[in-house]
Ligand binder design. Structure first.
Ligand code: ATP
Ligand code: MG
Length: 593
């Protein structure tokens, strides 16, 4: 391979591994890595050894269909499906659909599509908590009969007031000692639709003085006269998530019921249900949820961004949703790899967005075809190149993978180069094009700038006049003279017009959730997270690029054809990720002055 000079080398240098950078130099090859610690894997391995569940491993991924999945969910999906596969077990897919007012069939469908896209398959093991509504009801009846549950007539506000605080015990409801017969009658009539929303609830009878607030007679059922996306109008009472979740796991024979840390305090309650009902007992294990810098991973917050129009939808490429990063060009391989690398622990942490981006680059570097595209075009006329002549030059599709072959790129007298690759009065180390300065055009010739044409009124540079050296075809000079820069380019009359969308971080602060009084995460929305460039010019070979396909635009980054807005004749590209982390560079430059 020819040496393309320092600027070129800098820009194409594969990728930097933030993990390697942080931990200092070690000789780990870029494509392999040792799995990060995963304490749940160790627990499952131990349980297999001790035959705790008869050698069975049964996990599940249990989303609530009240929003799109985000990359935090990917961690949970990879963990649950991954452990099942690793230990020869199975992973169920279950919708915990107990709250019809927040749920929607759109969410159900997107969630399934996203899990499939990530590369996981649940075969025929698709379940819904709503399939268990009848069983859950019967169990509630059982608890009532055993005087472990009662119907309460307090309002939601009164229940809250009675609950007490962490430092103050709660107070018993005056309805706590209704007889089983009375409770049964009321509960049946709740189900029959005799009462309005909020008039009555069914509560567990546990302990209003428990130090664990979850144990202070939690609500099991509320009246909600709403249609459910699956059960229609069959029910007007719905089980609370906490009442449905553990029993659903039990019904499915889940061995390792893996969930995030905030459910640690709910575990005693789930165990109370299981023990009082005398049913199979899964083992709950909590792990720390994933947080990533410069974004938010909470469906509630993401919904706000969508509803308030800060983004164009759940699948906006700036969103950390799986739909969003999919559309942006992130690959399932990269995300799975990322999830493996971050490991599984119990301590809250904020994972650096750079690690995710690194994983994306690493994967696309292997698979993305290289092409040339000019985002901010500057016209170049090669004065000594014959008018009407077109040469088809050979270009390498992927230096990482010779099996991807080569392609032809047309070269002619009028080209576009990147505006920022030219400076009229360059500083000393600017090796790209400047008056009198010679550079290499990738796969083509050396050119030299001989004149600059400006707009007479605005003074803006409109065109460069250059000459080329016919002896340098392919990129080397027979006389051995060197140039320090290699530029990408497209032939003006052959190039295809395109719109290119550049994305930046959605938030300006590493942890947008860290907000003072009067602020919230929306205070830190980055107003410049989207930049639309038009017209840009891409190689003619991209005219028929299919939606979703990924390319490396040489020297610029990885881009993919937008799957929603791109049309033949009106191509739209998303920038997936830059080649290197320009953000980190800017931040560091800021720090060192
Ligand atoms: P959110 O807070 O975004 O609404 P959630 O926990 O309410 O998330 P669910 O639909 O209940 O969302 O999540 C399904 C599974 O994904 C649960 O087991 C949950 O623990 C897990 N999960 C959700 N967010 C994360 C995260 N950030 N990191 C790891 N796992 C997560
Ligand atoms: Mg939840």
């Amino acid at each position: 391979m020819t040496n393309h000079g320092s600027v070129w080398d800098k820009n194409t240098a594969g990728t930097e591994d933030p993990v390697q950078l942080k931990k200092g130099a070690h000789s780990m090859a870029k494509t392999e890595f040792t799995p990060s610690p995963n304490f749940i894997r160790n627990i499952v391995a131990e349980d297999m050894k001790s035959n705790k569940f008869g050698g069975r491993v049964m996990t599940r991924f249990p989303p609530e269909p009240n929003g799109y999945l985000h990359i935090g969910h990917a961690k949970s999906i990879c963990l649950n499906f991954g452990l099942a596969a690793e230990f020869g077990g199975l992973c169920n897919f279950r919708f915990d659909d107990t709250n019809p007012s927040k749920e929607d069939i759109e969410y159900v469908e997107s969630i399934m599509a996203d899990v499939r896209w990530l590369g996981f398959d649940w075969d025929d093991r698709l379940y819904y908590a709503s399939d268990y509504f009848e069983q859950l009801y019967l169990w509630a009846v059982q608890l009532i009969k055993e005087e472990k549950a009662y119907v309460d007539s307090l309002s939601a506000d009164e229940i809250r007031e009675h609950r007490g605080t962490l430092s103050k015990p709660g107070k018993d409801s005056p309805y706590r000692n209704r007889t089983a017969a009375e409770n049964l009658d009321l509960f049946e009539r709740m189900r029959a639709g005799e009462f309005e929303d909020g008039a009555l609830v069914l509560r567990a009878k546990i302990d209003m003085a428990s130090p664990n607030l979850n144990m202070r007679d939690p609500v099991l059922y509320r009246i909600k006269k709403e249609s459910h996306h699956r059960t229609g109008d069959k029910w007007c009472i719905y089980p609370m998530y906490d009442y449905a979740h553990g029993q659903s796991d039990s019904l499915e024979g889940i061995t390792h019921s893996i969930c995030t840390m905030e459910y640690e305090d709910h575990r005693p309650l789930y165990e109370w249900f299981i023990e009082e009902l005398g049913i199979y007992h899964p083992q709950q294990i909590e792990f720390a949820r994933l947080n990533i810098s410069y974004t938010v991973l909470s469906k509630r917050r993401l919904l706000k961004l969508v509803e308030e129009g800060h983004v164009a939808g759940w699948d906006d490429p700036r969103m950390p949703t799986l739909a969003g990063i999919h559309r942006r060009g992130y690959t399932p391989e990269a995300i799975r790899n990322f999830c493996e690398r971050i490991g599984v622990g119990k301590a809250e942490s904020l994972v650096d967005m750079q690690l995710l981006e690194y994983c994306v680059r690493e994967d696309l570097n292997k698979r993305a075809q290289r092409v040339m595209a000019v985002l901010r075009p500057l016209r170049v006329v090669i004065e000594n190149y014959p008018d009407g002549l077109v040469e088809e030059l050979d270009a390498v599709n992927n230096p990482e993978d010779s099996s991807m072959g080569t392609r032809k790129v047309p070269f002619s007298r009028v080209l576009y180069i990147e505006r920022e690759d030219f400076m009229e009065a360059p500083p000393p180390k600017f090796y790209r094009l400047a008056p009198g300065q010679e550079v290499r055009l990738r796969y083509a010739y050396f050119i030299k700038c001989v004149d600059v044409v400006k707009n007479k009124i605005t003074g803006e540079i409109e065109e460069l006049r250059c000459t080329y050296d016919p002896e340098t075809r392919g990129g080397g000079a027979p006389d051995g003279r060197q140039v320090k820069a290699t530029l990408h380019w497209v032939s003006a009359s052959h190039a295809v017009e395109a719109e290119v969308r550049l994305y930046d971080r959605l938030f300006t602060k590493p942890n947008p959730s860290d907000a003072k009084d009067g602020e919230d995460f929306r205070t830190f929305i980055n107003p410049d997270s989207l930049q639309v460039l038009k017209p840009c010019y891409v190689e003619p070979g991209l005219a028929e690029a299919s939606p979703g396909s990924s390319y490396q635009f040489e020297r610029l980054g990885y881009f993919c054809v937008d799957s929603k807005d791109s049309r033949q004749g009106a191509l739209v590209f998303n920038r997936t990720v830059t080649l290197r982390d320009t953000w980190a560079k800017i931040m560091n430059a800021g720090k060192t002055g």
